[in-house]
Unconditional design. Structure first.
Length: 318
């Protein structure tokens, strides 16, 4: 071990610890006390108590740009596997300590190499890759930069048609991966892509503009719908707001009109509409706790009608 210890010392790493904990003699009294504590832990009676535990110290990986960063991380991982795990003392709540210890023991049962190989296999056979904003690399989307945009398309082409790609977990074949591309194409069109790339996306689907009914559903149906979010936000100031169906429909109408007359940004339009609609209320909420407020169609008209009618204001506010 002397050679190993000298190497660790020269690299500034901790030396292996040869000391072993002495075997503890467990008496009947200690066993009964531990059984009582285990029962209390299972019932959650000790969750809010502080406890000191020894856990393995996590090695911080260096962050930064550069092509050698990945090699440095691999080299550090190799040295970590050769060196003993360093323990550190932490004081946590019992419920937090249980999560830390469970995670630590779980990591010991997991073989990361097996996980990487299984992940590569699943990616090759069942992988799906989404390429968003593909309209931004069409060669005719703008007057300048056509050469570089076409170059990006040619770089994507071999990956889409099937090739071997190197990753930090190993090489992966893209032959059987499903590629799905999407883009607005309000300036350019799919036919502006290079012919070779067009041929790799044989199925094309067009989406219709959002309607008033769609906006109503977006405002109300999702678990994290915007109306629910703003209701919960104001509830933190003890202000309870409710939206009538007429008010919701009016907001949907405004969103549809503004999208048609300016840039059609889809459901993103609802963010600015809701923000402007509740702007005053959000500032005043802390001063009016315990208040019940109903957002009606008249309230929506009062806050948004002038902005919608004024093209300049509508353009810069909504």
């Amino acid at each position: 071990m002397n050679d190993w210890q000298n190497m660790f010392k020269n690299l500034g790493m901790p030396l292996p610890e040869d000391q072993e904990e002495a075997a503890e003699e467990v008496t009947a009294e200690i066993a009964k006390s531990r059984a009582d504590i285990i029962e209390q832990l299972r019932k959650g009676l000790l969750n809010k108590r502080d406890v000191s535990i020894k856990v393995e110290e996590k090695q911080a990986h260096p962050l930064g740009a550069g092509g050698n960063n990945e090699q440095m991380m691999m080299l550090q991982s190799a040295f970590e596997s050769m060196t003993p795990k360093k323990k550190m003392q932490r004081t946590l709540l019992v419920e937090d300590a249980i999560e830390v210890l469970v995670q630590e023991e779980t990591d010991k049962l997991v073989n990361k190499d097996d996980i990487s190989q299984e992940a590569l296999k699943l990616a090759e056979t069942n992988g799906i890759i989404f390429i968003d904003e593909i309209d931004k690399i069409t060669s005719k989307s703008q007057n300048s930069g056509e050469v570089s945009r076409e170059g990006v398309q040619r770089d994507i082409l071999p990956i889409v048609e099937g090739s071997q790609v190197s990753t930090k977990y190993g090489a992966i074949q893209t032959d059987h991966i499903l590629f799905i591309a999407s883009g607005a194409f309000h300036v350019s069109k799919p036919s502006d892509l290079i012919p070779e790339l067009q041929g790799r996306f044989p199925i094309r689907v067009e989406l219709n503009d959002l309607t008033e009914d769609d906006f109503v559903r977006i405002l109300t149906e999702p678990n994290n719908a915007m109306l629910k979010q703003y209701t919960a936000l104001l509830a933190t100031e003890d202000v309870n707001i409710t939206f009538t169906q007429e008010a919701i429909r009016k907001m949907a109408v405004i969103a549809t009109e503004v999208n048609q007359e300016t840039d059609n940004i889809g459901a993103r339009r609802l963010h600015t509409i809701m923000e402007k609609l509740l702007e005053d209320l959000l500032f005043e909420a802390s001063e009016i706790p315990g208040t019940e407020i109903t957002i009606t169609e008249h309230y929506v008209d009062e806050k948004l009608e002038k902005i919608v009618e004024n093209k300049d204001l509508r353009r810069y506010i909504l």
